[in-house]
Design a protein. Structure first.
Length: 255
């Protein structure tokens, strides 16, 4: 394993793995300018042996590699339908969300220590306001409690994943997610090469699933890839902005 996280090796291919869950709520209604609004907190672990996973080291280069992360998202249904998005914390502090492209505003804040994340983004009710072309400036309210994170799971076929044949399907398996439900949404990804179906698509993974099959021919022999399996547990949603996916969720990952 060379001191790294869980790897799938395809004739020298390494694939590290991440675990996390996410849930989204939708209320029925007409199409709106916004499509998806969410806030999450997550904790990230690495699996080094068949049975043991430990918290990622507190040192990190960027927020997306931190052991503790706060994320906020606001996505439009299409270009030009939103012009801005603003996050308000429980204490009243207001932060404009950076615009990533014509349809997405988001931020990822990373922390080396859990207490630092909780101090910067404390438990309570968050608000995300979006300025839209046709819907005005609706505000979504989402609670993020201090507790409710899913229990960490680990991969079952850790040893088998160290060397696989790229020409045939390989099924990654993990222990049942404690307390997992149909509302949990699990995603498995490999380094931008492939992923399990997105939320709402046929075959989407949930907290009741324990495996995902990588089709033969997906990976290139002789290369090393990173993979991830994500799980975020829902804690709140807001149906006041009809027709828009909204969620707050707490997650854990294992790599």
């Amino acid at each position: 394993m060379d001191g790294k996280a869980l790897h799938l090796r395809v004739h020298a291919i390494g694939v590290s793995v991440l675990v996390g869950t996410i849930f989204i709520s939708i209320s029925p209604g007409l199409a709106q300018d916004a499509e998806f609004i969410a806030i999450t907190k997550s904790q990230h672990f690495e699996q080094f042996t068949p049975l043991l996973a430990g918290l990622k080291l507190p040192a990190f280069v960027d927020a997306e590699d931190a052991p503790f992360r706060f994320e906020a998202f606001a996505e439009a249904a299409g270009p030009g339908l939103m012009t801005a998005a603003t996050l308000t914390l429980p204490g009243g502090s207001v932060y404009p969300l950076p615009m990533l492209d014509e349809s997405e505003w988001a931020t990822v804040e990373g922390f080396g220590i859990f207490g630092e994340m909780e101090a910067a983004f404390p438990p309570g009710t968050y608000q995300i306001q979006v300025d839209t072309a046709h819907d005005g400036s609706p505000i979504v309210h989402l609670d993020l409690p201090a507790t409710g994170y899913p229990v960490l799971t680990t991969f079952l076929n850790f040893e088998a994943a160290q060397m696989i044949d790229a020409t045939v399907p390989f099924t990654a398996t993990w222990n049942p997610i404690p307390g997992g439900t149909q509302d949990d949404v699990v995603s498995f990804e490999i380094d931008g090469v492939m992923s399990s179906p997105d939320i709402g698509e046929p075959g989407q993974l949930t907290g009741l699933d324990t495996e995902f099959t990588i089709p033969g021919g997906t990976l290139e022999p002789g290369r090393e890839y990173s993979a991830s399996l994500r799980v975020f547990r829902p804690v709140d949603s807001d149906n006041s902005y009809s027709g828009v996916f909204t969620v707050s969720a707490l997650g854990k990952t294992v790599r």
